[in-house]
Design a protein around this ligand. Structure first.
Ligand code: NAD
Ligand code: MG
Length: 386
């Protein structure tokens, strides 16, 4: 068997690190063709030294010089946003792991779709911003989307094995996204205006990058995932429901018209959905211990608290309104989360900013990647002028 050659975009992040652990458990079937890293150059140097990829993407020329001075071989080093696109399009990569955080991941994810790649998709913001364009590119260029986000991966695994993302689902009643509720779900008295970044990033079940951790605490993450699910599984927003499931054992469910619910269960470790995406439709070792059913105890379910956590409802409104609204939602949320992490915005104001942005918006057609990026820039300008 020839091994799958992987372009790992976002190698220095949380998903990137988990992906490398899965590849380490499967050295005969998966190899690292290329990696990208942005700010943590020390982490990137360690990854490049260990995995010796043929190509590396870094932020700029000074990062390239520092990388080359620190390693003992000569990979092809590319820089900037064009460098990410080059890795995504590389003819020597069979599968692209799209694990860059936020809007910065969109152009390379789109490039992978246009190059007809197999794409293990973690970068949900790309679908939030450009879902229709992305799904069209996937279909037109024969690309394959393999969801990594645990909820979407669970749904994908609960569908027939020949299902391809973008197709409609035969016999579907609705999709259920499970939601842990974030770190503040059990503290109804908690003053959310006083939450600190460290508290917001301390997720009860998952260890993740900072931005998605804050999104999980506001429940905006579930809102972005709702939009992601609409595009991946070709369903309207009113066929996607969210249920609180604090244990995060059931990772999401498909409800069929005959009353059957099919789901995937597993530990809260991203190596499980990553392994499933890397090997689909085969199975490989994820390096994660199996669930111990005898020790699980109870699984519980409840409705999310829409009043305390308005972000989910705001995202539902955005996807129902237009693609343009979704771009603004994503951009304003990214800006607000960055401000919160810097100590410049109160936690409960993150959703307020999104609400304010959408309330002031009239829609505009989105028919190209350039139009998406321009709308994203406009939204960020609006935010900075607030
Ligand atoms: P992270 O912050 O840990 O890592 C982000 C990666 O993106 C890093 O490698 C960083 O170098 C790169 N990056 C950031 N800004 C960049 C820029 N401007 N240009 C180029 N590269 C840039 O994030 P993460 O938690 O690994 O999440 C990555 C993506 O996966 C996000 O879209 C997130 O929503 C999604 N996701 C993550 C998890 C998780 O458990 N961490 C789960 C589901 C989905
Ligand atoms: Mg998720």
């Amino acid at each position: 068997m020839t091994p799958t050659r992987i372009a790992l975009l976002g190698a220095t992040g949380s998903i990137g690190e988990s992906t490398l652990r899965v590849i380490a458990a499967n050295p005969d079937s998966h190899v690292v063709q290329s990696v990208s890293g942005f700010r943590r150059l020390d982490a990137l140097i360690a990854i490049v030294s260990r995995w010796r990829p043929a190509r590396v993407a870094v932020a700029d020329d000074s990062a390239r010089d520092a990388l080359l001075a620190a390693i003992d071989y000569q990979p092809d080093v590319v820089t900037g946003p064009d460098g990410l696109v080059a890795l995504a399009e590389d003819p020597d990569a069979d599968l692209v792991v799209a694990a860059i955080m936020g809007a910065a991941g969109l152009p390379s994810t789109m490039a992978a779709a246009r190059a007809g790649k197999r794409i293990a998709l973690a970068n949900k913001e790309a679908l939030v911003m450009a879902g229709t364009l992305m799904m069209d590119a996937v279909e037109h260029h024969g690309a394959t989307l393999l969801p990594v986000d645990s909820e979407h991966n669970a749904i994908f695994q609960s569908l027939p094995t020949d299902y391809r993302c973008g197709q409609s689902i035969a016999g579907l009643s609705q999709l259920w996204l499970t939601c842990s509720g974030g770190p503040f779900r059990d503290e109804p008295q908690r003053d959310l205006s006083a939450v600190t970044p460290a508290e917001a990033c301390a997720h009860p079940n998952w260890s993740m990058g900072q931005k998605i951790s804050v999104d999980s605490a506001t429940l905006m993450n579930k809102g972005l995932e709702l939009i992601e699910a609409c595009h991946l599984f070709n369903v309207p927003a009113d066929q996607v429901r969210v249920v609180l499931h604090p244990q995060s054992v059931i990772h999401s469910l498909v409800e069929y018209t005959d009353g059957s619910f099919i789901s995937q269960l597993g530990r809260t470790d991203m190596q499980v959905p990553i392994a499933s995406a890397l090997a689909h439709p085969a199975r490989i070792d994820s390096g994660v211990a199996p669930l111990n059913l005898m020790e699980l105890g109870q699984l519980s379910f409840a409705a999310p608290d829409d009043e305390r956590f308005p972000a989910l409802g705001i995202a539902r409104e955005a996807v129902t309104a237009s693609q343009y609204h979704c771009i603004w939602l994503n951009a304003v949320n990214e800006c607000a989360v960055a401000d919160f992490l810097a100590g410049d915005l109160a936690f409960d104001r993150i959703a307020d900013r999104a609400r304010q942005a959408l309330d002031s918006l009239t829609t505009s057609p989105i028919d190209s990647l350039e139009a998406v990026l321009e709308a994203d820039r406009n939204a960020r300008r609006w935010y900075s002028e607030l």
